[in-house]
Design a binder for this molecule. Sequence first.
Ligand code: ZN
Length: 281
Amino acid sequence: MNNWIRSGRPGPAVCISTGIHGNERAPVTAMRRLAQQLSSDGIAAGSLLLVLGNPKALEQDRRHTLGGVDLNRCFTDSILRQPPQHHEQARAQELARAVEAVDVLVDFHCTVEPGGRFIMHHPDDDRHQQVAALLDAPVVLSDPALLFGGCSFDEHLSTRGRVGLCYETGWIGDPACEPERILAEMRSLLQGLGVLEGEPVCLYQQRRLVLTERICCPESGFDWADGIGENLQSLPSGALLGHSRAGTPLLLSGAATVIFPKKHPELLRPGQPLVYLAADA
Ligand SMILES: [Zn+2]
């Protein structure tokens, strides 16, 4: 699914993307239902691109294809310019071309670790905050220093003067992370942007955080401390995150909120990000 729906009337070019990670299925189901609805109803203004990020990984029900790499780390200048070595690198190049005319991208995900819904975006500016306020996420996290790396699909837009947001719609295993709620949010988003008729549900009150630190996994490996490592978990200064396999404790030097803790064995890799830390903006 990489289809433009055009109204023939002026308005923004919006992209809704799902399935960049092939095992995050609830947003994919929501977007398929949205596509069905819009195939008969159409849109009121502007244009809409619905993107299924990694259909091959979706077929395999895997985060990325067997032997492949994380598609949401492939949107770097060097990967986009070079001959692709993996399915995901080729797919990133296709997607980058597909969104050349897009003004606003919201890329829908689910988190691997438990925790609440949140939005992440790179620049801490009004345009991003206005779009974020159309989504029912209690927490909005900005990353002005690009600690995440400038490598994700949403960052591909936001580092090029356009609007790109990543929306983590909830934990992959949470029954409340279900397609009907996400579909309602997609519709409300499109109403808020003027692409669909009607009023958005409301503008949400959101706690704003800023990404302050990226901690990489020690070369020896890492063991998380008991009870540590939920998304959006708030921890006090001095809290013990865990120990390197060489026995070195990892302690927080200040109070922080934990973002994207890598606990799943598939994600915990020496030298790669172990966890990100955030503070109130
Ligand atoms: Zn994801």
